[in-house]
Design a binder for this molecule. Structure first.
Ligand code: UT7
Length: 331
């Protein structure tokens, strides 16, 4: 929720994307799809795929190092690590614990957030609360996904949509200059759990040989269910964030949306009455990287100079859960 005085501020951002590019044309050679269908229905042209020997924690660490460098800090300065991911290295323990070790951070709390595509915004909101109370001062928030390992590469409905990557931000107490996290809003509605999930591999349905054969350990999605609710909920969450900050759409310099589908983003833009030219978009090059999509786009916008110090940035994301949220940040 918002308050008069910003409690935390983004001190630095970083991102990492694997080198290997998989284009729509590549996919059209292995599944019944086409570059034209994917581009027109989603806006995606290509996505990045991790090397076989690369892990989610490796990607998270690469993004985190860049964010720390941008913040002028080292891993030793951190007092908490939050990783938004549904594709961590191991079912147990948290990916954040492995990230902590690889970064060489001290014995600080490190935990994962399982909020799928909204994972980075959940992490941002949680770190904002810890910094507001004064309990913690330097928090690393990472969104990382290695979705290529949990896709059924024969299912054209899902395999064309997702990609691998990581994005990170380091947060610290806000200076008294109006910059910082102005508002965060988080929501979950579990009525659509079955419309976007990995059905097996958890405690409800442990993985069996039969389950493996039926790809029940892979992402399943009824895209049209999620599409409709995404447009509605991303719009209302964005409006709520603006209300918290007592701002209007015209005060927003940039929108950094979750990059799931360009048509979803365009409909949200229309409803919010913010031109698409004020959205930071990279779905064309990365596809849907779930929790990594917002921090990758945010980092890109900051590094290429589009997003400047003092700009008001609106972020919004929705994914499995369904969990969604928004954040309003003065950079
Ligand atoms: O980040 C997590 C949140 N996820 C989302 O926000 C995703 C939300 N959903 C979507 O983005 C869209 O629903 C999709 C891109 C997944 C699908 O687009 P759609 O316009 O909703 O297509 P559809 O599912 O209604 O399918 C239309 C047709 C179907 O064929 P028929 O039944 O009309 O003959 C599909 O079988 O398109 C077919 N189709 C494809 N054709 C070629 C589905 N996938 C493909 C494909 N290539 N890859």
């Amino acid at each position: 929720m918002g308050s008069e005085r910003p409690g935390s501020q983004i001190l630095g951002t970083g991102a990492y994307a694997p080198e290997k590019v998989l284009t729509n044309h590549d996919l059209a050679r292995t599944v019944d799809t086409s570059d034209e269908w994917i581009r027109e229905r989603t806006g995606i042209r290509e996505r990045r795929i991790a090397r076989d020997d690369e892990t989610a924690s490796d990607m998270a660490v690469a993004a985190a190092k860049r964010a720390l460098e941008a913040a002028g800090l080292t891993a030793r300065d951190l007092d908490m690590i939050i990783v938004g991911t549904v594709t961590g290295d191991l079912p147990m323990p948290a990916c954040a614990a492995i990230v902590q070790h690889k970064l060489g951070a001290s014995n600080i709390p490190a935990f994962d957030i399982s909020a799928a595509c909204a994972g980075f915004l959940y992490g941002l909101s949680i770190s904002d609360q810890f910094i507001r109370t004064g309990a913690h001062k330097r928090i690393l928030v990472v969104g990382v996904e290695l979705l290529s390992r949990v896709l059924n590469w024969q299912d054209r409905v899902t395999c064309v949509l997702f990609g691998d990557g990581a994005g990170a931000a380091v947060l610290g107490p806000a200076a008294d200059d109006g910059r910082g996290v102005l508002s965060t809003r988080l929501y979950t509605d579990s009525s659509l759990v079955e419309s976007l999930c990995i059905p097996a591999g958890g405690s409800r349905e442990p993985l069996t040989a039969e389950g493996l054969e039926k790809h029940r350990d892979k992402v399943f999605m009824v895209g049209s269910d999620i599409f409709k609710i995404a447009v509605k909920n991303l719009t209302s969450a964005s409006r709520a964030a603006l209300e918290d900050g007592k701002l209007t759409a015209s005060d927003v310099k940039w929108v950094v949306p979750h990059q799931a589908n360009l048509r979803i983003i365009a409909q949200v833009a229309m409803r919010l009455d913010i031109p698409l030219t004020r959205f930071v978009l990279n779905i064309e090059r990365y596809g849907n990287t779930s929790s990594a999509s917002i921090p990758i786009a945010l980092d890109e916008g900051i590094r290429d100079g589009r997003i400047q110090k003092g700009d008001t940035v609106l972020m919004c994301a929705l994914g499995a859960g369904i969990s969604w949220g928004s954040a309003l940040v003065r950079i």
